[in-house]
Design a protein around this ligand. Structure first.
Ligand code: FE2
Length: 373
């Protein structure tokens, strides 16, 4: 039996809960194809009716093949044109609602997946900000938990930790982020956890510095810091029980971190050299190492399947990892993608440990662009 929808709009939390619980729902994206190409809701149907809806064409959705059995949620960029779509569908007898705030509000949607880590007593939960592609992690062991790269409101981490009976004792960032606002400082303040950041002089608020080789406990588990400069000077990976490697934006499942943000051409070249050395260090780890990156380039599905691969698989996918330093420099510098929107402002806020006045998704709009593949 499907649920009857009453209110004309649905908010992000309710839709993400419906998808996470696998409730029947058809998500209908009415944006232009080029807007959908940037980012989309996993499993959504696409019918490009944007111009027709905006023009007030009453038959804008007449040719869309939409199942009638499940409720429909209409989506656009900001939640306005999708209201017209919702009204047209209701007129045709559909149980339809419009996503309030559209894809901009969806930026904060998330889902999670447990990551099996053989040989570690810790439970690792990958928390995917599916609306943007940021991956953060909750590592629980005994009654303690550690959060890496918090990118969502603190309640998300606190609630998940509470559900498992864990208290968050440490909050870690892999680097100063440029594509999203770090929520680590707020999370640490609210939970009383220790805030650990890679040793650097960029951030202007108090933190406990992490150096290469430092070991942080999480219950009976050990997290060792591996300093891996390149994407940024301070970039650091965290190695859980020598089994799972949290790579931040240094190494992705199909690419490597970009070395050019907040850098001159000369600095980008120097950072690319450092990145090569860092990647040589990482690829020497056990081939069975589970790689857990800081981003994904596709919206994370609501499938509870972790986004991960073994180091051996990553090495076989990422051709750049096998290159000499000079060839690596040539390859990476030739493939730098467009810079993420608002990155200078986001970096400034992350260095100050502040959130913007108003809606943070205004600044964070757009897909993450920290990878070169
Ligand atoms: Fe980054």
């Amino acid at each position: 039996m499907t649920r009857q929808i009453q209110s004309p709009t649905i908010d992000v939390d309710e839709l993400r809960a419906m998808l996470a619980e696998r409730q029947p729902v058809t998500v209908l994206d009415v944006r232009k194809a080029e807007d959908r190409a940037e980012w989309a809701i996993p499993g959504s149907l696409h019918f490009d009716a944007y111009e027709a809806l905006k023009a007030g064409n009453p038959d804008a959705l007449a040719d869309a093949a939409i199942p009638k059995e499940a409720p429909v949620v209409t989506i656009c960029g900001a939640g306005k044109v999708s209201i017209t779509a919702m009204e047209q569908l209701r007129h045709r007898g559909y149980d339809a609602r419009s996503l309030a705030g559209g894809m901009k509000a969806w930026s904060l949607a998330w889902n999670s997946a447990e990551v099996p880590v053989l040989g570690s007593a810790a439970t690792v939960i990958q928390i995917r900000r599916t609306g943007k592609g940021c991956l953060s992690y909750l590592i629980g062991n005994d009654d303690e938990a550690v959060v890496i790269d918090a990118a969502l409101p603190r309640e998300v981490y606190q609630d998940l930790a509470a559900q498992h009976g864990w208290t968050i004792t440490r909050v870690l960032d892999t680097h100063v982020h440029a594509d999203h606002l770090s929520r680590s400082r707020l999370l640490a303040e609210q939970t009383g956890a220790t805030l650990h950041l890679p040793e650097q002089d960029r951030v202007t608020y108090p933190f406990t510095p992490v150096h290469d080789g430092d070991t942080l406990g999480a219950g009976s588990s050990r997290i060792v810091a591996l300093r891996t400069p390149g994407h940024t000077w301070e970039s650091t990976c965290y190695f859980l029980d020598e089994k799972a490697l949290f790579t931040g934006d240094t190494l992705f499942l199909a690419g490597v971190g970009r070395p050019d943000l907040e850098a001159s051409a000369e600095q980008a070249q120097a950072r690319a050299r450092l990145l090569h050395a860092s990647l040589v260090r990482l690829t020497a780890l056990s081939p069975e190492t589970i790689i857990l990156p800081g981003h994904t380039s596709e919206p994370a599905p609501f499938d509870a399947q972790p986004i991960t691969a073994t180091l051996a698989d990553v090495i076989s996918r990422v051709g750049m990892l096998g290159l000499s330093e000079e060839a690596f420099l040539d390859a990476i510098l030739a493939r730098i993608p467009p810079t993420p929107p608002n990155h200078a402002r986001i970096v400034a806020l992350n260095e100050a440990g502040e959130m913007p006045d108003g809606d943070p998704t205004d600044l964070e709009a757009g897909a993450n662009r920290c990878a070169v593949s």
